[in-house]
Design a protein around this ligand. Structure first.
Ligand code: CP
Ligand code: NVA
Length: 308
């Protein structure tokens, strides 16, 4: 039994096997209606709790669909409606849920909530996003890159904008999947030092370049995300827009990357803030493949968690 808490805390070889398994599962059901069951039903008789303390479209729908395709059942729970949001401890919630379900996915605020859930649950726990990380997203991103361009190892990935939760998991991904990483954004929004150190310790480049035009030179993949995340105060909006305006991913910036460089965004996007519609809808954008691959990648993650 394994919990999937972070890209950095999951074994490298296991991560690789999950990406390959996701690819195989996607291929195996090509052309099938979305609701059709997979030929294999590894989650038959399994119950999965999906807990959301923040909004979600992709994570919610892709986990729910993935469980159903693999023959399992889901309970989608909103944090606010649970006793968790009214004073019951995480530890007690984890112990109780472990008596009802076989697997827990949680999207929450503080990373410590996720870790406590995993510590006290006797079933595997999956990180569906915290303020600090978003590992499921990076599984889908690696899968998507490789689908279009082959192995990601040795490639150059550039993140332009806010050094947020998705960015931190991408940096962990650099270390685990062996790609070089460049962050470009304003200093107050730098990604956490620990993530950069983690990647460097795995022998890849993980650097900061303030000049976005320089940063994207030779990039194989350019990535951005919202300038204001769900955990950020709305009052920060105007300041962040001023800080980040120069890091918008637009045609000019993409022009500095390799001609076949891909563009990714975990979505939801704020069109014409962090990225122009021209880039989002342009020939190098793979944002909707990326969204679809959340489904396939997470199915592989769930199978790994349950060893089925
Ligand atoms: N990318 C992502 O996690 O999207 P949702 O917030 O819609 O789940
Ligand atoms: N950084 C964003 C990602 C949303 C999927 C947030 O945390 O709001």
């Amino acid at each position: 039994m394994n919990s999937f808490l972070g890209i950095d805390t999951t074994d490298k070889a296991d991560l690789r096997r999950m990406i390959d398994a996701a690819r195989a599962m996607k291929d195996a059901r090509a052309g099938q209606p979305r609701g059709a069951p997979d030929a294999e039903q590894p989650l038959r008789n399994r119950m999965v709790a999906l807990i959301f303390e923040k909004p979600s479209t992709r994570t919610r729908v892709s986990f729910d669909l993935g469980v159903r395709q693999m023959g399992g059942q889901t309970m989608v729970l909103s944090g606010k409606e649970m006793q968790l949001g009214h004073g019951e401890t995480i530890a007690d919630t984890a112990r109780v849920l472990s008596r009802y379900v076989d697997l827990i996915m949680i999207r929450t605020f503080e990373e410590v909530t996720l870790l406590e859930m995993a510590e006290y649950a006797s079933v595997p726990v999956i990180n569906g996003l915290t303020n600090r990380t978003h590992p499921c997203q990076i599984m889908a991103d690696v899968m998507t890159f490789e689908e279009h361009r082959g192995p990601i190892a040795g490639k150059k990935v550039v993140w332009s904008g806010d050094g947020n939760n998705v960015c931190a998991s991408m940096i962990h991904g650099a270390g685990q999947f062996g790609f070089d990483f460049t962050f470009t954004g304003p200093q107050p929004l730098d990604p956490e030092r620990e993530a950069l150190d983690f990647a460097r310790a795995q022998g890849v480049q993980a650097v900061i370049e303030r000049d976005p035009m320089k940063a994207v030179e030779g990039a194989d993949l350019v990535v951005t995300d919202t300038w204001v995340s769900m955990h950020d105060p709305q009052s920060a909006r105007e300041r962040r827009h001023n800080q980040l305006r120069g890091y918008q991913v637009n045609k000019l910036l993409m022009g500095q990357a390799k001609p076949d460089a891909l563009f990714m965004h975990c979505l939801p996007a704020h069109r014409d803030d962090e990225v122009t519609s021209e880039v989002m809808d342009g020939p190098n954008s793979v944002i909707f493949d990326e969204a679809e691959n959340r489904l396939h990648a997470q199915k592989a993650v769930m199978r790994w968690c349950l060893a089925v």
